[in-house]
Each structure stands twice: as C-alpha cells, then as structure tokens.
Design a protein. Sequence first.
Length: 789
Amino acid sequence: MSNRIGVRDLIEFTLRSGDLNPALNSQNTPQQGARIHRRIQKQRGVNFQSEYYLSKHVQINHIDYLIHGRADVVNLHLKTPLIEEIKTSDTEFSNLPNSILNLYWGQVKTYAYLMFNQNSKIKQIKLRLTYVQTPDNHITHQDHVIKKNEADHFFHDLIHEYEEWLKLRADIVRKRNQTAKKLSFPFKRFRPGQRKLAAVVYKTIVFHKHLFTEAPTGTGKTISTLFPGIKAMGEHNLQRIFYLTAKQSTRNVAEAAINLMVKHHLFIKSITLTAKEKIQFTSERNEPPEKNPYMLGYYDRLKPAIKDVLKHQNQITKEIVLQYAKKYQLDPFEFSLDLSSFCDVIICDYNYLFDPQVNLKRFFATQNKKNCFLVDEAHNLVDRSREMYSATLSLKPLTHLIKITRNNRRRNGKILTPLRNLKKAFQNTADELFEDHKEASAIHVKGPLIDFDKTIIKLNAAIHKWLPNQRNDSVLDQVTNYYFQCTSYIKISDFYDHTYRTRVIKHGHNIIFRQFCMDPSSHLSDSLNLGGGAVLFSATLSPMNYYQRVLGNEKSSLAYRITSPFPAQNQLTTITPYITTTFKRRPASIPLIVDAIHRMVQAKAGHYLIFFPSNRYLGAVFQQFHCDYPTITTITQKQTMDEHDRAKFIHRFKTNCNHSMVGFALMGGIFSEGIDFKGNTLIGIGIVSVGLPKMNPESDMVMNYFNCENHHGFEFAYQLPGLNHVLQAAGRLIRSASDKGVIVLIDSRFTQLRYTQSYPNNWLPLKIANTPQKLSNQIKKFWQNKNGK
C-alpha cells in the first residue's frame, strides 16, 4: 500500500517562505469556507465538476507514494480545460504577500500536473485562482495558462525539494517500526487485568473502533494504552498517536511511559505541545508580528532547525523546543507545531483535537485512519467540551473601547461607527428579548441572534481593515482582544443548532450574550472520526453508557471495564446514613461530621483527607474541628493556591506519617484528581455529600435538554457529574497493592440505589454505620485485622 501525500501538505511544506504572520490566517471556520465553496461551485453550471479527485503514484527512494488531492472546480469540456482553486480569507487580496500567493498557485499547478498525467490528450490548462474576501464576499479572479512541460518542471522541482525530507521521515519510520516490533512490555510482568486491557486497546486501534474503558487507579492505564499503540506501529497499522490530556501531570506520566519504552530499545520521535502563553519568549509577547524577530523570516530558518532537532533529539520536551527556537530565532509555539509533523507520538491538551478554535488543521483537515487518539482522564472532557463549543460576548469592554477610541477620530474613525452600532445592537436586542420579562436579570432563548451576529461581522470587517499599520499601544491591544472575542463568538455561531441556547444576562449597565452548547457530543464524535481507532479511558467512567452518550459514541462504541488489581480487603468503605448533608441540613450536620472525622483519627493515627462540596461548608467544619480538637494537626486547602502552595500541601502528607493529621480539601478541586498518596502517606478519606454541583442556569438547561431526550436530565446534569467527583476523590486512597485505608461516605443519600448501582467493585462489601458507635467499631475492627496480619 502506498504512502499518501496530500497536495496541500506537499505545497505548504515545500514552498512556504518568508514571515510567520498569524494575522494572515483566515478567521473563517471550515464550515464557513465550505459554504462559500459550495455556493461558487453551484454557480459554475452543468459542465463544471466539483471536488474533482486527482492522483498519481510516484516512487521516491524506492518507496511508493500516492500524491493526491481534490480540485475545487474542473471543466474538461472547454477548448482549454479549466482547473479552479477557491480560497477564502478576511484579508484583502491586494494585501496578500507573494509567499501566500505562491502557495495558492503551487497547489493549482500541482493539480494541473496530475491532470496532464491522467489525460495525455490535454496540451494546456487554464488555471484560475478565485479569492473570496469575507465577510463582504468580494471576489478576485486571476488566470494563468500552463503547458505540460511547465507543469512537469514545476512538479519535478517540487519533488526534488521534498525528497530529502521524505527520506528523513522514511528512515525514522523504518527504525521506529523495527524497534516497535521487537519491543517487549517494559515491566517484568503485567498487573492483573493489564494484559487484557492492552489487547483490547490493540484491537481497537487495528480495527478502527472507538473504545470507552474504565480502569481503576493502579492498573497502569498510560502504559496499557501507549504500549499497544506502539506495537500497532510496528505492524504498520498506525502512523501517529495523539495522547490527549486535560492536565500537565498526566502529560508528564505519558512522557515517562515513552521514556521507559525508549530505555527498552524503542526508537521513536515524540513531542509534548505546550500552550502558546506558556512557551512564548517573554520578549516577543508584546511585539506585533511585523516587528517580532522570532516571526520575521520564520519560514526561511525553519527547515535547518527541524533538521537539527530531528538529528539530535528524539523526545522533544518544552525545554528542547525553547533551546532550538532560541538557537534559530523561531517562535517556539509555531516551531513546536511544525516539529510535530515529524513525530510519531504527540502529547497534548484536548484542545488540539476537539476545540474548533485551535485544533491542529495540519493533521485534522481531513480524515486519516492511520492516526489514533488516546484520550486520558476522559471524564474531564464532558465539561471541557461544552466550554469549547460555547462563546460569550460582553457589552462592558465594548463600551470601554468606544470611550478610548472616540478621542482620536482621525486614527479611529473607521471603527468608531461600527463599535457604536454593535453597542446599539446589544441594547436593542436585549430590550426586545426582555420585553416580556422586565423583572428578570437573565433569560435564555432558542435560536441564534442573526441580526446581532451580522453586526458583529461588520465590526470585525472594519477592525480587520483598521489593524494594519496601527502603532503598538494599549488601544491596539484592547481593540485586538475584542476583535478576537467577536471572532470566537461568530465561529461558534456557525455550529448553532438544536443543542444550543442563547443566554442573555443583564448585570447593571452590562449586557452579556452567551451561546451555550448543552450537548457537544456530535462534535466530539466528528473529531474522533478524523482518525482511526480511539480509546477514551479513565479510572472513573461509571456509568459507562452515560459517558458513551455525552462523549459522542453511544451506539457504535465499545465498552470495557477492568476491576481493581488490589486486594479488596485492604479497603473499608462505609456509609453514615445518620448524617444528612442536604443544603438545608448542613448547619445541623457540622457537629456530626466533626465527630465522624475524629472517630476515624481515633481508630488509627495517620494522615486523613476530608473532601467537601463547597468552600463554605469546608470552612465551617474545619473551624469546628479545630475548636473541638486543637491538638490534632490540621491543614486546609485555600481558595487560591499557587504551585508552591500546592506542593507544600502535598508534602505535608509525606512527612510524619505516624502522627495524626487531617487535611480539608474541595471535591472536584486540585487535590481530588491526579495526586498520588502512596503507602502510608494517606490512610483515610472522608467524602462529605454526594457532590451535586450547585444549581445554576446552565446545568438546568442541560437537565431540561436531556429530560426531553431521555428523561434522565437530573442524572446527566447534576447527579452523575457529582458522583464522578466522589469517585475521583475516593481514588486518592489505594494506589498500590500494599496500601490500606478507610473511606467514609458521609451522607444518607449514599445509600440510595441511584448511587449504589454505580459504585466500583473495590468498594464491596459496602458497610453501613447507622450510628456513631458503629462507625467507630467498623473502623477499629478493620485496622485490628490489618495490624494482625
């Protein structure tokens, strides 16, 4: 089977030159671009063919490659056949630099070469570049007639330039596949259930399925997913792995797993992508692209830098990217993206696949079954994806912009009127919507605000024309920031359908419009379908059918669950039904909770962590406990904690483990996920309440939406997200086969069937402590049995 090379990829890598200027990148969504393409294609008439497929097999360095692409419009019935390429952007055609035009013409010239080779009777072809400037849809045409010999010379020069890079990549892949095929599991033995999990993941990747898997803490999820992915590479079933995470800590674990396999003689190129704001050089943050030395001439220095990195580095971390970016004077963020094209494993945030605003177009413009997605801690994707597909726009910063721009009409006159028009649109739209809700401060409506959106588009067009040649000052910064907020809002409006509601909020003189996506599952499914196999995994994906539904693959996906590899007798899980923590009963529950915590500590000296659903509840219990038992050491999570404070909090659990200490933390917070408390650093956890999120308008919208769909609105919007916080917090306790400890579930609701049916097997047999004395007896008996062994 031939290796495939897309025409656009070939052109962009080979011919790109000059400056890196993000301002020239189109702000249109793929959906907007596709609509414009379809409209123009439809106008062309009977003999014009759209999305005309062209391809040719070529052999380079004794390896077969298929050069392929789709021309936007083709007409073979003209005396001189026509190939038309349609481009859309919000930049005026006259402002496009030659470096961009060369890419456009290079693409259509390559299509001409492929056409000449498919039809030997054709002697010359008319090439047409059709450029549509949004949002006013102004169209510019340019034509060029090309003969076969010119197309041949162009293509052969192109391949000659690309040949060196194909050979470099082929050598990497050959060595990778050889070592991957020989690679053995990098531990002496599999943990219980780990071999089966790895086998299921391997089959999922090879057969291009989507798998949801729940694997409890300690099963080695990271190596159990990466290892079979690497083995699939060794069998030529896979070209690239995207390891997608929500947090830096899990990215570190993925890096460690790769390094472990490298120590076992795997040769592989991997890269960890870092957010732009965390990797940019400080000196370039306030520099406009046209003055930024790391962007000027970027593409002229890029290829030597890539070659240098690939020659000397295999595991490309943030530090390595910065080192070489400094050496070659390149913007580190864009440099990391360009390096990723030559890597086998890309470790990155969810955004790079799922977020329509920032996803990696270089990989995900079209489907590629040779890519696979490993989605770590997939339970986090539920809330994250809703935010990715939602957008907010506020009147307050707009009012401030009008205030700071009206003082200089000579400079800002072209944007002042559109700014004021948008302010009027805010006010008029809100007045109309609140006509029947005069006492309300917030409402939500079905359907997009089309006229309001049109006003935003007009403002953006005015700002886009105004931006060039503006001096770099605070006015420019604030206008640019609002411009991007408007752009984001309009991009999201392109996805607006029955899964959306528009929230309108009045807060004093401010008005806020928010497009809220209640159910992004179809968008997540579309993203996952851009690759072949996909594995979404977590220690907490219960109930599985809920996550399959909200993450987009309920009907076609597979589900797999493995039990905890650790002895069930090492954990006591008990419920205190005599304590009720509903909102109205919280004040009365405080002394009972304090007593329950003390009974845990009294049974065995050690470190305990108690989780609460809110800071207020946490603070009240903490104060009462400290007052009643001042001799017991306590530590509490603060509402704001920097990295040093977090590290200090965790370090306290690693010292003086034989002395009693009680930590107070927030459920769903920074200490309830992704933290390892191994050994005797933590011997008991208390979980106060079932973790229901605070009632809020957006969760209510989600509840109503799913009530209409499946009558499980409360579960989907409140109960199950809360339960996940409970399960994650409980997962901090048992991290290895030798760990022992107690989990006390402090709320009568924990005995309800709606919760018990989703409890993990390692919580069984579940104990019930109907009185404080029974709680003491159960915990003391557990520790006596452990100490006696």
